[in-house]
Design a protein around this ligand. Structure first.
Ligand code: AP5
Length: 303
Protein backbone atom coordinates (compact mmCIF):
# COMPACT_ATOMS: atom_id res chain seq x y z
CA UNK A 1 0.00 0.00 0.00
CA UNK A 2 2.78 2.37 1.08
CA UNK A 3 4.78 1.52 -2.06
CA UNK A 4 1.76 2.21 -4.26
CA UNK A 5 1.23 5.60 -2.61
CA UNK A 6 4.91 6.49 -3.04
CA UNK A 7 4.78 5.45 -6.71
CA UNK A 8 1.65 7.54 -7.33
CA UNK A 9 3.25 10.53 -5.56
CA UNK A 10 6.42 10.26 -7.66
CA UNK A 11 4.41 9.99 -10.87
CA UNK A 12 2.36 13.06 -9.93
CA UNK A 13 5.52 15.05 -9.20
CA UNK A 14 7.04 14.03 -12.52
CA UNK A 15 3.86 15.00 -14.36
CA UNK A 16 3.76 18.40 -12.61
CA UNK A 17 7.42 18.98 -13.53
CA UNK A 18 6.79 18.09 -17.17
CA UNK A 19 3.74 20.28 -17.29
CA UNK A 20 5.75 23.20 -15.86
CA UNK A 21 8.44 22.70 -18.52
CA UNK A 22 5.74 22.74 -21.20
CA UNK A 23 4.22 25.95 -19.81
CA UNK A 24 7.62 27.67 -19.67
CA UNK A 25 8.41 26.62 -23.21
CA UNK A 26 5.05 27.79 -24.50
CA UNK A 27 5.42 31.14 -22.75
CA UNK A 28 8.84 31.67 -24.32
CA UNK A 29 8.06 30.48 -27.80
CA UNK A 30 4.46 31.54 -28.26
CA UNK A 31 1.27 29.83 -27.23
CA UNK A 32 0.53 28.63 -30.74
CA UNK A 33 3.14 25.93 -30.24
CA UNK A 34 0.78 24.20 -27.86
CA UNK A 35 -1.08 22.87 -30.84
CA UNK A 36 1.79 20.43 -31.45
CA UNK A 37 1.39 18.82 -28.04
CA UNK A 38 -0.53 15.62 -27.53
CA UNK A 39 -4.27 16.20 -27.54
CA UNK A 40 -4.83 15.60 -23.84
CA UNK A 41 -2.14 18.10 -22.86
CA UNK A 42 -3.52 20.60 -25.35
CA UNK A 43 -6.97 20.40 -23.85
CA UNK A 44 -5.68 20.55 -20.28
CA UNK A 45 -3.94 23.82 -21.19
CA UNK A 46 -6.88 25.49 -22.84
CA UNK A 47 -7.52 27.39 -19.62
CA UNK A 48 -3.99 28.77 -19.53
CA UNK A 49 -4.24 29.74 -23.19
CA UNK A 50 -7.62 31.33 -22.53
CA UNK A 51 -6.22 33.44 -19.73
CA UNK A 52 -3.28 34.60 -21.82
CA UNK A 53 -5.54 35.51 -24.72
CA UNK A 54 -8.16 37.35 -22.74
CA UNK A 55 -5.52 39.52 -21.11
CA UNK A 56 -4.03 40.43 -24.49
CA UNK A 57 -7.25 41.61 -26.12
CA UNK A 58 -9.39 44.63 -25.47
CA UNK A 59 -12.31 43.77 -23.27
CA UNK A 60 -15.49 45.58 -22.46
CA UNK A 61 -17.66 45.33 -19.39
CA UNK A 62 -20.72 47.21 -20.60
CA UNK A 63 -22.93 44.13 -20.52
CA UNK A 64 -21.85 41.12 -18.62
CA UNK A 65 -24.91 38.95 -18.97
CA UNK A 66 -23.55 36.49 -21.51
CA UNK A 67 -23.53 32.82 -20.60
CA UNK A 68 -19.90 31.75 -20.40
CA UNK A 69 -20.65 28.83 -22.70
CA UNK A 70 -21.41 31.21 -25.55
CA UNK A 71 -17.92 32.69 -25.38
CA UNK A 72 -16.03 29.54 -24.66
CA UNK A 73 -15.51 28.46 -28.23
CA UNK A 74 -13.83 31.73 -29.22
CA UNK A 75 -11.02 31.44 -26.77
CA UNK A 76 -8.69 29.09 -28.48
CA UNK A 77 -9.01 30.62 -31.89
CA UNK A 78 -8.59 34.26 -30.96
CA UNK A 79 -4.78 34.16 -31.00
CA UNK A 80 -2.44 35.40 -33.69
CA UNK A 81 -0.87 32.90 -36.06
CA UNK A 82 -4.18 31.34 -36.93
CA UNK A 83 -4.07 28.66 -39.56
CA UNK A 84 -7.36 29.50 -41.25
CA UNK A 85 -8.38 32.46 -43.43
CA UNK A 86 -9.38 35.56 -41.42
CA UNK A 87 -12.87 35.83 -39.93
CA UNK A 88 -13.62 39.42 -39.04
CA UNK A 89 -16.68 41.33 -37.84
CA UNK A 90 -16.92 45.11 -38.10
CA UNK A 91 -19.56 46.92 -36.07
CA UNK A 92 -20.47 50.47 -35.20
CA UNK A 93 -23.23 53.07 -35.33
CA UNK A 94 -24.83 54.09 -38.62
CA UNK A 95 -22.20 55.92 -40.71
CA UNK A 96 -19.43 55.15 -38.23
CA UNK A 97 -17.30 54.10 -41.22
CA UNK A 98 -17.90 50.33 -41.41
CA UNK A 99 -18.31 50.28 -45.18
CA UNK A 100 -15.37 52.61 -45.75
CA UNK A 101 -13.03 50.53 -43.62
CA UNK A 102 -14.42 47.30 -45.07
CA UNK A 103 -13.21 48.40 -48.51
CA UNK A 104 -9.68 48.83 -47.11
CA UNK A 105 -9.72 45.52 -45.23
CA UNK A 106 -11.05 43.62 -48.23
CA UNK A 107 -8.40 45.14 -50.50
CA UNK A 108 -5.64 44.40 -47.99
CA UNK A 109 -6.60 40.88 -46.97
CA UNK A 110 -8.60 39.62 -49.93
CA UNK A 111 -11.42 38.48 -47.63
CA UNK A 112 -15.03 38.27 -48.82
CA UNK A 113 -16.86 41.42 -47.72
CA UNK A 114 -20.43 40.64 -46.69
CA UNK A 115 -22.55 43.70 -45.91
CA UNK A 116 -26.08 42.93 -44.78
CA UNK A 117 -27.19 46.44 -45.72
CA UNK A 118 -25.87 45.93 -49.28
CA UNK A 119 -27.50 42.49 -49.56
CA UNK A 120 -30.85 43.95 -48.51
CA UNK A 121 -30.54 46.92 -50.87
CA UNK A 122 -29.68 44.58 -53.76
CA UNK A 123 -32.79 42.56 -52.97
CA UNK A 124 -34.90 45.72 -52.94
CA UNK A 125 -33.46 46.73 -56.31
CA UNK A 126 -34.27 43.29 -57.74
CA UNK A 127 -37.76 43.28 -56.23
CA UNK A 128 -37.26 39.94 -54.52
CA UNK A 129 -39.56 38.70 -51.77
CA UNK A 130 -36.86 39.48 -49.20
CA UNK A 131 -36.42 42.96 -50.68
CA UNK A 132 -40.13 43.71 -50.58
CA UNK A 133 -40.37 42.67 -46.93
CA UNK A 134 -37.16 44.44 -45.90
CA UNK A 135 -37.97 47.72 -47.65
CA UNK A 136 -40.60 48.88 -45.15
CA UNK A 137 -38.31 48.33 -42.20
CA UNK A 138 -35.33 49.97 -43.87
CA UNK A 139 -37.31 52.97 -45.04
CA UNK A 140 -38.37 53.57 -41.44
CA UNK A 141 -34.78 53.14 -40.23
CA UNK A 142 -35.73 50.01 -38.28
CA UNK A 143 -33.94 46.68 -38.24
CA UNK A 144 -35.37 43.92 -40.41
CA UNK A 145 -36.53 40.87 -38.41
CA UNK A 146 -33.74 38.57 -37.27
CA UNK A 147 -35.11 35.47 -38.98
CA UNK A 148 -34.92 37.16 -42.39
CA UNK A 149 -31.24 37.93 -42.14
CA UNK A 150 -29.78 35.10 -40.05
CA UNK A 151 -30.48 32.35 -42.58
CA UNK A 152 -28.97 34.35 -45.43
CA UNK A 153 -25.74 35.03 -43.57
CA UNK A 154 -25.32 31.52 -42.24
CA UNK A 155 -25.72 30.12 -45.75
CA UNK A 156 -23.44 32.74 -47.30
CA UNK A 157 -20.64 31.91 -44.87
CA UNK A 158 -20.75 28.26 -45.96
CA UNK A 159 -19.90 29.14 -49.56
CA UNK A 160 -16.50 28.19 -50.95
CA UNK A 161 -15.12 31.72 -51.35
CA UNK A 162 -15.71 32.44 -47.66
CA UNK A 163 -14.03 29.18 -46.68
CA UNK A 164 -11.05 29.82 -48.94
CA UNK A 165 -10.48 33.55 -48.51
CA UNK A 166 -12.05 34.23 -45.13
CA UNK A 167 -14.78 36.79 -44.51
CA UNK A 168 -15.56 40.22 -43.19
CA UNK A 169 -19.06 40.68 -41.81
CA UNK A 170 -20.21 44.29 -42.01
CA UNK A 171 -23.42 45.08 -40.14
CA UNK A 172 -24.00 41.58 -38.80
CA UNK A 173 -24.56 40.44 -36.09
CA UNK A 174 -26.54 43.47 -34.99
CA UNK A 175 -28.73 41.97 -32.26
CA UNK A 176 -28.20 39.48 -29.49
CA UNK A 177 -30.29 36.92 -31.38
CA UNK A 178 -28.09 37.29 -34.47
CA UNK A 179 -24.89 36.94 -32.45
CA UNK A 180 -26.20 33.87 -30.67
CA UNK A 181 -27.27 32.33 -33.97
CA UNK A 182 -23.71 32.59 -35.28
CA UNK A 183 -22.16 31.28 -32.09
CA UNK A 184 -24.64 28.43 -31.81
CA UNK A 185 -23.80 27.46 -35.40
CA UNK A 186 -20.11 27.25 -34.40
CA UNK A 187 -19.18 30.28 -36.48
CA UNK A 188 -16.42 32.05 -34.56
CA UNK A 189 -14.66 35.32 -35.25
CA UNK A 190 -10.97 36.12 -34.89
CA UNK A 191 -11.60 39.80 -34.44
CA UNK A 192 -14.60 42.01 -33.60
CA UNK A 193 -13.84 45.59 -34.62
CA UNK A 194 -16.06 48.26 -33.12
CA UNK A 195 -15.86 51.78 -34.56
CA UNK A 196 -16.80 54.35 -31.94
CA UNK A 197 -18.25 57.71 -32.98
CA UNK A 198 -20.63 60.14 -31.27
CA UNK A 199 -24.21 60.51 -32.51
CA UNK A 200 -23.36 63.97 -33.83
CA UNK A 201 -20.51 62.65 -35.95
CA UNK A 202 -22.76 59.84 -37.21
CA UNK A 203 -25.50 62.28 -38.28
CA UNK A 204 -23.02 64.60 -40.04
CA UNK A 205 -21.67 61.62 -41.97
CA UNK A 206 -25.11 60.22 -42.84
CA UNK A 207 -26.42 63.41 -44.41
CA UNK A 208 -23.29 64.03 -46.52
CA UNK A 209 -22.85 60.46 -47.77
CA UNK A 210 -23.14 59.69 -51.47
CA UNK A 211 -22.60 56.35 -53.19
CA UNK A 212 -21.36 55.52 -56.66
CA UNK A 213 -23.90 52.94 -57.92
CA UNK A 214 -21.42 51.62 -60.48
CA UNK A 215 -18.44 50.84 -58.24
CA UNK A 216 -20.19 50.87 -54.85
CA UNK A 217 -17.58 53.33 -53.62
CA UNK A 218 -18.62 55.51 -50.68
CA UNK A 219 -18.02 59.27 -50.67
CA UNK A 220 -18.86 62.18 -48.39
CA UNK A 221 -19.49 65.58 -49.92
CA UNK A 222 -17.25 67.27 -47.32
CA UNK A 223 -15.06 64.63 -45.67
CA UNK A 224 -14.31 62.39 -48.64
CA UNK A 225 -15.43 64.21 -51.78
CA UNK A 226 -15.46 62.54 -55.19
CA UNK A 227 -12.74 63.65 -57.65
CA UNK A 228 -13.86 67.07 -58.86
CA UNK A 229 -12.62 66.48 -62.41
CA UNK A 230 -14.83 63.41 -62.90
CA UNK A 231 -18.17 64.94 -63.91
CA UNK A 232 -19.68 61.59 -64.96
CA UNK A 233 -19.00 60.13 -61.54
CA UNK A 234 -20.36 63.17 -59.70
CA UNK A 235 -23.56 63.08 -61.75
CA UNK A 236 -24.29 59.46 -61.04
CA UNK A 237 -23.77 59.62 -57.25
CA UNK A 238 -26.85 58.63 -55.24
CA UNK A 239 -28.06 59.24 -51.71
CA UNK A 240 -29.55 56.37 -49.74
CA UNK A 241 -33.25 56.72 -48.91
CA UNK A 242 -32.52 56.19 -45.21
CA UNK A 243 -29.78 58.83 -45.13
CA UNK A 244 -31.84 61.63 -43.65
CA UNK A 245 -31.29 63.05 -40.17
CA UNK A 246 -34.74 61.85 -39.05
CA UNK A 247 -34.14 58.24 -40.10
CA UNK A 248 -30.56 58.30 -38.86
CA UNK A 249 -31.88 59.12 -35.38
CA UNK A 250 -34.14 56.04 -35.47
CA UNK A 251 -31.19 53.92 -36.67
CA UNK A 252 -29.02 55.30 -33.88
CA UNK A 253 -31.68 54.36 -31.29
CA UNK A 254 -31.76 50.82 -32.66
CA UNK A 255 -27.98 50.68 -32.52
CA UNK A 256 -27.76 51.87 -28.91
CA UNK A 257 -30.40 49.45 -27.69
CA UNK A 258 -28.66 46.41 -29.22
CA UNK A 259 -24.92 46.95 -29.27
CA UNK A 260 -24.12 46.11 -25.64
CA UNK A 261 -25.52 42.61 -25.91
CA UNK A 262 -23.68 41.98 -29.19
CA UNK A 263 -20.39 43.24 -27.74
CA UNK A 264 -20.81 40.99 -24.72
CA UNK A 265 -20.62 37.98 -27.06
CA UNK A 266 -17.29 39.08 -28.53
CA UNK A 267 -15.43 40.48 -25.54
CA UNK A 268 -12.41 38.28 -25.98
CA UNK A 269 -11.78 39.24 -29.59
CA UNK A 270 -12.96 42.85 -29.44
CA UNK A 271 -10.89 45.77 -30.69
CA UNK A 272 -12.21 49.26 -30.03
CA UNK A 273 -11.35 51.80 -32.68
CA UNK A 274 -11.75 55.56 -32.48
CA UNK A 275 -13.92 56.09 -35.55
CA UNK A 276 -13.58 59.89 -35.44
CA UNK A 277 -9.97 59.84 -36.65
CA UNK A 278 -9.09 60.19 -40.32
CA UNK A 279 -9.91 57.35 -42.69
CA UNK A 280 -6.23 56.46 -43.21
CA UNK A 281 -5.40 56.64 -39.52
CA UNK A 282 -8.22 54.20 -38.75
CA UNK A 283 -7.19 51.88 -41.60
CA UNK A 284 -3.64 51.74 -40.28
CA UNK A 285 -4.78 51.00 -36.76
CA UNK A 286 -7.03 48.23 -38.03
CA UNK A 287 -4.25 46.72 -40.13
CA UNK A 288 -1.94 46.59 -37.12
CA UNK A 289 -4.63 44.91 -35.01
CA UNK A 290 -5.49 42.41 -37.73
CA UNK A 291 -1.85 41.56 -38.27
CA UNK A 292 -1.68 40.60 -34.59
CA UNK A 293 -4.98 38.82 -34.34
CA UNK A 294 -5.31 37.12 -37.68
CA UNK A 295 -1.70 36.06 -38.01
CA UNK A 296 -1.13 38.37 -40.95
CA UNK A 297 2.02 40.41 -41.02
CA UNK A 298 1.90 43.98 -42.26
CA UNK A 299 4.32 43.28 -45.06
CA UNK A 300 2.04 40.51 -46.30
CA UNK A 301 -0.79 42.99 -46.67
CA UNK A 302 -1.18 45.03 -49.74
CA UNK A 303 -1.03 48.68 -48.63
P1 AP5 B 1 -26.45 49.37 -43.26
O1 AP5 B 1 -26.32 49.60 -44.69
O2 AP5 B 1 -25.59 48.36 -42.61
O3 AP5 B 1 -26.38 50.76 -42.52
P2 AP5 B 1 -25.69 51.24 -41.16
O4 AP5 B 1 -25.32 50.23 -40.19
O5 AP5 B 1 -26.63 52.27 -40.69
O6 AP5 B 1 -24.32 51.72 -41.60
P3 AP5 B 1 -24.06 52.64 -42.77
O7 AP5 B 1 -23.98 51.87 -44.05
O8 AP5 B 1 -25.03 53.79 -42.73
O9 AP5 B 1 -22.67 53.30 -42.40
P4 AP5 B 1 -21.20 52.76 -42.36
O10 AP5 B 1 -20.82 52.51 -40.94
O11 AP5 B 1 -20.99 51.66 -43.35
O12 AP5 B 1 -20.43 54.09 -42.81
P5 AP5 B 1 -19.75 54.47 -44.20
O13 AP5 B 1 -18.44 53.78 -44.33
O14 AP5 B 1 -20.72 54.37 -45.32
O15 AP5 B 1 -27.95 48.94 -42.93
C1 AP5 B 1 -29.04 49.68 -43.47
C2 AP5 B 1 -30.33 49.09 -42.97
O16 AP5 B 1 -30.44 47.70 -43.35
C3 AP5 B 1 -30.51 49.09 -41.45
O17 AP5 B 1 -31.00 50.31 -40.97
C4 AP5 B 1 -31.52 47.93 -41.29
O18 AP5 B 1 -32.81 48.35 -41.63
C5 AP5 B 1 -31.05 46.94 -42.32
N1 AP5 B 1 -30.07 45.97 -41.80
C6 AP5 B 1 -28.77 45.84 -42.18
N2 AP5 B 1 -28.17 44.86 -41.49
C7 AP5 B 1 -29.11 44.36 -40.67
C8 AP5 B 1 -29.07 43.32 -39.70
N3 AP5 B 1 -27.96 42.63 -39.42
N4 AP5 B 1 -30.21 43.07 -39.00
C9 AP5 B 1 -31.34 43.75 -39.25
N5 AP5 B 1 -31.42 44.75 -40.15
C10 AP5 B 1 -30.31 45.05 -40.86
O19 AP5 B 1 -19.41 56.02 -43.90
C11 AP5 B 1 -20.45 56.95 -43.76
C12 AP5 B 1 -20.00 58.32 -44.34
O20 AP5 B 1 -18.92 58.83 -43.58
C13 AP5 B 1 -19.49 58.20 -45.79
O21 AP5 B 1 -19.89 59.33 -46.49
C14 AP5 B 1 -17.95 58.19 -45.65
O22 AP5 B 1 -17.30 58.73 -46.77
C15 AP5 B 1 -17.74 59.01 -44.39
N6 AP5 B 1 -16.61 58.56 -43.60
C16 AP5 B 1 -16.26 57.27 -43.32
N7 AP5 B 1 -15.18 57.24 -42.53
C17 AP5 B 1 -14.85 58.52 -42.28
C18 AP5 B 1 -13.82 59.16 -41.49
N8 AP5 B 1 -12.92 58.46 -40.82
N9 AP5 B 1 -13.80 60.50 -41.44
C19 AP5 B 1 -14.71 61.26 -42.11
N10 AP5 B 1 -15.71 60.72 -42.87
C20 AP5 B 1 -15.77 59.38 -42.96
Amino acid sequence: MMKQLLLQGTLSLLLCYWVQVVVDASTQHGIHQLQHLPAFIDSSYSRIERHTLSSSTTTDDDDDDSPSSRQANFDKKSCGNISHPPRIIIAGAPASGKGTQSEAIRDALGVVHISTGDILRENIAKNTKLGTTAKGYMDRGELVPDELIIKIIKERLQEDDCKERGWLLDGFPRTRTQADALIDAGIDADCFLILNVSDKVAIDRVVGRRIDPVTGKIYHMSFNPPPQNDAALINRLVQRSDDTEEKARVRLRQFHSNIASVKSRYKKVMVKVDGTKSRDHISNQIKIELSKRCGWKNEQMRS
